[in-house]
Design a protein around this ligand. Structure first.
Ligand SMILES: C[S@@+](CC[C@H](N)C(=O)[O-])C[C@H]1O[C@@H](n2cnc3c(N)ncnc32)[C@H](O)[C@@H]1O
Length: 375
């Protein structure tokens, strides 16, 4: 058993820290900090976090909390770190380092010193090794303290394993899961993504509605660590798999103008194992109505001026979504992601509940949530 598993850091997209802290609260003590959540709990915490957290992009296991003070004190602590649980003797490590100590060596000299001290090759982390066989370490130091951590996830966690095809402007699965939490959606409520594209939001919703752990379809870096008890991990995975329901409480609706995108949703959803929880249709939001579906949450990641379509067409699209909400979808709540929040708020014309800033693929965006009038 790893002696240091009780302390982890789960990283997320800026703006989702509070959501991640709430999710992670089910696994241990969770404290939101900028960029993620500090998490402490029982041994195996990093495994549970990788397997179950829907809004974490990666999970780090703390190997050492470094002392405050000068570089010499930090260096002495680094020299004492025992890596045997995360990397076999003599095997290479990849180091991602941010060192803000005067007197500390520059990154190449630091790696050379650590390689002599730890008696193993220490390479600069470049990103590609996430998917390969190495152990990735993350070193952050400031004079007020620091941490050395091992990256338990490997490939970033938004790569769930099911998305092998993307649409023109896909969002990360972790952001999609975050939007559903921010919109306060519960699987018992009807959900309709009226611009579903390649289906990230509806597939994430279906996974949650069926209590399917997001990491069941992929592997993690910690599986290769010498200290990982393989039988205990297999049991943990089997437990999570057994919790999954065979059906969602109610179907999840997705529609899009683009027939090609719907084919992509179907194939992605089949790989994710949730196709039978989705109701998909090719439809223009200008003519779309809920049919017999009771009021719930209308959701959309709207076209971006910069990415999909042209800025001049946006007003008409925003107006069409507003019109759908005020007439055919009356009684529905809405959660709309946009890079033009002011224009969208004007076009929708419903009571605004909240404007939550986020980023999507480096673009500043806002999630606007609206309630129906009179509620
Ligand atoms: C930003 S993309 C959504 C991406 C999606 N969330 C994903 O992860 O793949 C916007 C989508 O809106 C669709 N769209 C644009 N105008 C539409 C309209 N009038 N009715 C329905 N869908 C429309 C586009 O085909 C595109 O798939």
């Amino acid at each position: 058993m790893l002696p240091f598993e009780q302390l982890c850091f789960a990283a997320t997209t800026p703006g989702l820290e509070a959501v991640l802290a709430e999710e992670a609260g089910a696994l241990g003590r969770a404290t939101p900090v900028p960029g993620g959540v500090e998490l402490s709990g029982a041994p195996g915490l990093h495994q549970e976090a990788c397997l179950r957290l829907r809004t974490a992009n990666r999970v780090l296991v703390r190997l050492a909390v470094l002392p405050t003070g000068n570089w010499a004190a930090v260096a002495a602590a680094l020299a004492r770190v025992d890596l045997s649980a995360v990397a076999a003797e003599g095997s290479p490590v990849w180091l991602e380092s941010t060192v803000r100590h005067s007197g500390a060596p520059a990154a190449p000299a630091l790696r050379a010193w650590l390689a002599r001290t730890w008696r193993r090759p220490v390479h600069a982390a470049a990103g590609e090794e996430r998917a390969s066989s190495g152990t990735r370490l993350v070193l952050r130091t400031v004079p007020g303290g620091g941490t050395l951590s091992a990256d338990a996830s490997g490939e970033l966690l938004y790569r769930r394993g099911w998305r092998q095809e993307v649409g023109r402007a896909p969002m990360r699965e972790t952001l999609a899961a975050g939007l559903l939490f921010l919109a306060d959606w519960k699987p018992e409520e009807a959900l309709w993504d009226v611009m579903c594209g390649s289906g990230t939001l509806v597939i994430e919703a279906a996974l949650r509605a069926r209590a399917m752990a997001p990491g069941l379809g992929r592997r993690f870096a910690f599986e290769r660590w010498p200290g990982t008890d393989r039988a205990a991990w297999a049991a943990r995975r089997a437990r999570a798999a057994a919790e999954a329901a065979t059906a969602a409480p109610r179907p999840i609706h997705g529609s899009d103008l683009n027939a090609g995108a719907l084919g992509t949703v179907r194939r992605n959803a089949r790989r994710a194992g949730v196709l039978d929880s989705l109701v998909l249709a090719r439809a223009d939001v200008r003519a779309l109505g809920p049919g017999g579906v009771p009021p719930g949450l209308l959701l959309a990641n709207l076209p971006y001026g910069k990415r999909v379509g042209r800025r001049g067409e946006l007003d008409a699209t925003f107006e069409a979504v507003g019109e759908a909400l005020r007439s055919r979808f009356s009684g529905w709540r809405a959660a709309l992601l946009t890079d033009e929040p002011r224009r969208l708020e004007r076009a929708v014309g419903l009571p605004l509940v909240r404007a939550h800033p986020l980023t999507n693929g480096g673009i500043p965006v806002t999630l606007l949530t609206f309630r129906p009038p009179g509620r």
